[in-house]
Design a protein around this ligand. Structure first.
Ligand SMILES: *Cc1c(COP(=O)(O)O)cnc(C)c1O
Length: 389
């Protein structure tokens, strides 16, 4: 059993003593993608791997998703696309930020598909195609987000414009929902109606509207291609709905020291956290420099005057709250309720993972799981659990 466990790690030694470690369960990632593909019904599911695959590592995650069957990928930047390319050799890699002058060679050499989002990008891209020959691209249309994309009217005009260049032949038209995490929002239907016009105007060209949350809204939102991101990594896509995805990431911090402290003493910077009983404190090697945000503190931030209410960790079956302010490299957990035999210096506290949903940590910080995952920082020793199917 022990041997099997060790075999699944590639760098057991470094991982075993790392102050801070992240385990990425690639089998769960692949499962989540298959789940999203199934929920996408007749539509094909892509995989969104921007921001280093939501902090999980674009190379390992990209390869896993490719192996699971994904053949369409979305990244945010040309550089991300170049990093992904060797791990997804036959895939279409869409670049959501499009292309700037100077990136032509990278886009052509790595065979990336720029998502053209503005008039300026479009005219530059048409000129580029005239010079270099054909290359696939996608067109982003704004249907109410007011972020990237051609205005709806301009896109509809373009669809019927007989004077447009012959090289105007997008492989995909896409738009993005602003309120899909809130299915009851009327914004969803309004955007759906607008996107239906786009999809009809660009008849014969594949269309894509939904990210993770939109996939849960049912078939009319699916079109030809869906774009799941957060759900692949186990995060919550839809508010107030039980999260059906498997957790992918487990973050753990090593306990450097355990100390006893007396009732009435204070903990951490500012002395804002006052112990109400004789306590045991575990000092763990994670801080806000690691994306364990200061707003997770058990006290000492405005709106959270006294007591707990911040994040909690998990060790040997016990939930342990953050005590006092999170500092740059260290966080203090109250482990008074953990039996002394169940904890010692050198043990690891789970920050999020199977026992602490990342979205619960996010809520404690007043943010979303996306931000916790993409903000993990550079000090994590990463370990990938290999798909054992
Ligand atoms: C980030 C992003 C996605 C993926 O969104 P999730 O909510 O993570 O599923 C899809 N499409 C676009 C345009 C995006 O920016």
């Amino acid at each position: 059993m022990t041997d099997e466990f060790d075999d699944s790690f590639s760098e057991t030694d470094a991982f075993d003593i790392a102050p801070l470690r992240l385990t990425v369960d690639l089998a769960a990632l692949a499962d989540n993608w298959r789940d999203m593909a199934r929920r996408s019904g007749k539509a094909r599911a892509s995989a969104v791997v921007k921001a280093d695959a939501y902090g999980m590592g674009i190379e390992d995650c990209g390869a896993t998703l490719y192996h699971a069957g994904a053949r369409d990928f979305f990244v945010a930047t040309v550089a991300e696309g170049a990093t992904l390319r060797p791990h997804a050799p036959e895939a279409r890699i869409f670049v959501l930020s499009g292309i700037w002058p100077g990136q032509e060679s990278q886009v052509f050499n790595h065979d990336l598909v720029p998502v053209i989002a503005s008039e300026e990008q479009l005219s530059f891209w048409m000129a580029t195609l005239a010079e270099r020959g054909d290359h696939p691209f996608a067109l982003h249309v704004d249907t109410g987000f007011n972020r990237l994309g051609l205005p709806l009217e301009d896109a509809l005009f373009l669809a019927d414009d007989t004077t447009r260049p012959a090289s105007f032949d997008p492989v995909l038209v896409l738009s993005h929902l602003a309120c899909a995490d809130t299915p009851s929002s009327p914004m969803n239907r309004a955007q759906l109606e607008s996107f239906r016009q786009v999809s009809a105007a660009f008849e014969g060209i594949e269309s894509s509207l939904s990210a993770s949350a939109g996939i849960f809204m049912g078939p009319e939102y699916h079109f030809d291609l869906t774009r799941p991101g957060i759900a692949l990594y186990g995060g919550e896509a839809v508010n107030d709905m039980a999260n059906p995805m498997r957790p992918v990431a487990k973050a753990e911090a090593r306990i450097i020291q355990i100390r006893d402290a007396a009732e009435g003493q204070t903990v951490s910077y500012g002395g804002t956290f006052i112990l109400k009983r004789p306590s045991r404190l575990a000092i763990a090697s994670v801080g806000y420099a690691d994306g364990y945000q200061r707003s997770l503190s058990g006290s000492g931030i405005p709106l959270r005057e006294m007591g707990y209410g911040g994040a909690y960790g998990f060790i040997n079956g016990y939930e342990v709250p953050v005590a006092g302010r999170v500092t740059m490299d260290l966080t203090i957990f109250d482990v008074t309720d953990v039996p002394p035999k169940a904890i010692r210096a050198g043990d690891y506290i789970e920050l999020f993972g199977p026992n602490v949903p990342v979205d619960e940590v996010a809520r404690a910080a007043g943010t979303i799981g996306y931000e916790i995952l993409t903000g993990l920082g550079l000090r994590y020793e990463r370990q990938y659990l290999i798909d054992d199917e």
